[in-house]
Design a protein around this ligand. Structure first.
Ligand code: SF4
Length: 236
């Protein structure tokens, strides 16, 4: 099923022509990202942005702002971001408290050093797993890691192999290996790759029912070729 007619560089080139240059629409500071990530649920850029705006307006996002607000006030501030605002308010308290007590004002400095140590620290916070930790480290400008958007790790795997792998972890790891091999190991290039793949996964190469007929990659995509073969066979 593998189809090797296109490079990762060419994929990104076409996506950039299609979508234009992309910029992160979330805070890239590690502490602020942890707060932003809990501003919406289910977490999406849109939900988090709504909760984030409301939190900034009514409470503030510094650890002292969050710790001095009552749970009810925090919960109300997070409501525009979606479900379980009460639980997310507790999470924000937990994060703010740990940042203040364990890391002082300089959380970023605690993440400098070996990647394994930085990952371990980030993953000790609620709702942060490997994809989230990779994203934080890349966009904070700390490590040119091959981070992959957590909600659409399958994009490159579909193009090269035709379908997602047997589980999320394998798909994510395989996508990382495509980016590691095909995108220069520098912050700018790895961020560009992340942002373009994320946009494509959100808008065209969706989890269910990808819009292949409008996709700039369809002529070289193994998933699309396989789907057409399947349709041709069932029509016979
Ligand atoms: S052709 Fe379809 S499956 Fe392939 S990258 Fe485009 S949207 Fe995704």
């Amino acid at each position: 099923m593998a189809k090797a007619g296109i490079s990762v560089a060419e994929i990104l080139r076409r996506l950039e022509i299609f979508y234009g240059r992309q910029q992160p629409n979330w805070p890239t500071d590690p502490y602020l990202f942890l707060i932003w990530w809990h501003c919406g649920y289910p977490a999406s850029d849109r939900a988090c942005a709504k909760g984030w705006e409301s939190l900034n307006q009514s409470v503030g996002v510094d650890p002292t702002d969050i710790l001095s607000a009552t749970p009810a006030t925090l919960s109300m501030a997070l409501k525009p971001g979606g479900m379980v605002p009460e639980l997310r308010a507790l999470r924000l308290k937990e994060i703010a408290s740990r940042i203040k007590d364990e890391f002082g004002a300089d959380f970023g400095s605690a993440l400098v050093g070996p990647i394994a140590k930085a990952r371990k620290i980030l993953k000790s916070f609620p709702n942060i797993s490997d994809p989230g930790a990779d994203r934080i480290l890349l966009f904070a400008g700390m490590v040119p890691i091959a981070a992959i958007p957590s909600n659409c790790p399958y994009v490159l795997v579909r193009v090269f192999h035709g379908r997602e792998r047997e589980n999320y972890r394998v798909t994510y790891t395989e996508a990382q290996s495509f980016v590691s091999a095909g995108v220069p190991e520098n912050l700018e290039a790895r961020m560009r790759a992340y942002l373009l793949l994320k946009r494509h996964g959100q808008e065209v190469c969706k989890t269910k029912n990808p819009k292949c007929s409008t996709c700039p990659l369809s002529s070289d995509c193994a998933f699309f070729a396989g789907r057409n073969r399947g349709r041709g066979a069932s029509a016979q």
